[in-house]
Design a protein around this ligand. Structure first.
Ligand SMILES: [Zn+2]
Length: 84
């Protein structure tokens, strides 16, 4: 069995609701220090574009603060398995 992997070029728009199991990202609210969790299995990305960063936005339930803690991008890898 021969396997070939291709890292697909950037710029492919993914699904309206792209769930990213098992990506769970934890950070702290810069205002109050409360832990804020972004579970990308539940909180999908909407039409992410492969290879392109977008901000990770949070809402802190503890102090009503909205903030961005960084950026996330989705890369796409394609694998072809040959029957030989
Ligand atoms: Zn807070």
């Amino acid at each position: 069995m021969t396997e070939t992997k291709y890292e697909v070029a950037t710029g492919i728009e993914l699904d309206k609701r792209t769930y990213l199991n098992p990506v769970v990202y934890r950070t702290e609210c810069p205002e109050c220090g409360e832990e804020v969790i972004k579970d990308f299995e539940q909180q999908y990305l909407s039409y992410p574009i492969t290879g392109v960063y977008e901000p990770i936005n949070h809402y802190c339930d503890n102090c009503d603060n909205e903030f961005s803690s960084g950026e996330i991008k989705v890369d796409l890898v394609v694998t072809i398995k040959e029957n030989r």
